[in-house]
Write a protein that binds this ligand. Structure first.
Ligand code: SF4
Length: 244
C-alpha cells in the first residue's frame, strides 16, 4: 500500500497518463518488445483471420461493430502494449513498442534527447520508446525492413477507432481491386490493347468495362475476336436463327 502511494507521488501530474516503470503496464510494454518475434507471428495470423472475416463484417456493417470492437481492442492492446488507441496502429513497424507512449508522440524515430543510458529525456525513469522499438524490430523477421519506412503524421480524427477493422477493410479492399483487375471485363481491354499495355501501360489501363460491353462479352468471345491471330469463328446458320 505504501509503495503504491509512493509511485503516484513521484510521477508529476502531467505525466500520470504515462506508465511508471513500477507498473505492470510498463512491464508489459517491455515484455512485448522482448517477445516481438512471437507477437509478430501471432499478429500475422490474427490479421489474416480478420481479413477473411471481411465478407461477414461487411454484411453486418463495419459502422455497427466499430464501437464494440474498439472497446475490445482497447482492452486487449492496452494490456499487451499499453496501447493509446491512436487508430492507426504501427506496432508491427515499431518493434511492438507503441510510439504513442513517447511523450512527444514521435512516429519516425527518436528526438535528439535520448539519454546516454537509453532513457527518455522527458521521463528519465522510462526507456526511450524508440530505443525499445529498434530492439524489438531487430528481433522480428521483418522488423528492420519496416521500421525504416516513413510513417505519416498521426491523424487525430482517428483516435479511439479500431485499427483492426481499418486494416481488415483496407486489405480486403485492395484484394478486391486486384481481383477486379483480372475480371473478364477488364481482361478484354488488356487483350485488345495488348501492345499499348506493353509500351505504355498508362495509355490502356485496366479500367472498368462498361456494363454493355460485359453483356456482349460472351458473344464476342464466341467469335474469338479478342484472341490475337485466331480466326473469327462464325456459328453455322440454323432455321431457328434468322439473323445467321
Ligand atoms: S527520448 Fe525517446 S521517448 Fe523520450 S521524447 Fe525523445 S523520442 Fe520520445
Amino acid at each position: 500500500m505504501g509503495t503504491r502511494r509512493l509511485s503516484v507521488a513521484v510521477v508529476p501530474a502531467r505525466h500520470r497518463k504515462f506508465r511508471h516503470p513500477g507498473t505492470s503496464m510498463y512491464r508489459m510494454r517491455l515484455f512485448a518488445v522482448r517477445h516481438a518475434r512471437a507477437y509478430e507471428w501471432f499478429y500475422k495470423r490474427f490479421e489474416s483471420s480478420i481479413v477473411a472475416l471481411d465478407p461477414l463484417l461487411r454484411r453486418i456493417g463495419y459502422g455497427r461493430i466499430e464501437k464494440p470492437v474498439a472497446v475490445a481492442e482497447k482492452l486487449v492492446k492496452g494490456l499487451l502494449f499499453d496501447c493509446q488507441m491512436c487508430g492507426q496502429c504501427v506496432l508491427s513497424s515499431t518493434g511492438m513498442s507503441c510510439p504513442m507512449n513517447c511523450p512527444k508522440n514521435l512516429r519516425n524515430g527518436p528526438c535528439g534527447g535520448v539519454r546516454a543510458d537509453g532513457n527518455c529525456e522527458v521521463k528519465p525513469w522510462m526507456r526511450c520508446v524508440w530505443v525499445e522499438a529498434w530492439d524489438g524490430a531487430a528481433r522480428m523477421r521483418t522488423g528492420l525492413d519496416r521500421i525504416v519506412v516513413e510513417q505519416p503524421p498521426v491523424d487525430r480524427s482517428l483516435e479511439g477507432s479500431s485499427s483492426w477493422l481499418r486494416v481488415a477493410r483496407e486489405i480486403a479492399e485492395v484484394r478486391r481491386q486486384v481481383t477486379a483487375a483480372t475480371d473478364p471485363g477488364k481482361l478484354v481491354i488488356a487483350r485488345v490493347f495488348r501492345r499499348a499495355r506493353i509500351i505504355e501501360p498508362a495509355a490502356a489501363p485496366l479500367a472498368a468495362e462498361p456494363k454493355s460491353a460485359l453483356a456482349d462479352q460472351a458473344v464476342a468471345e464466341k467469335t474469338s475476336v479478342y484472341e490475337a491471330g485466331a480466326p473469327a469463328r462464325v456459328d453455322p446458320p440454323s432455321k431457328g436463327n434468322p439473323a445467321a
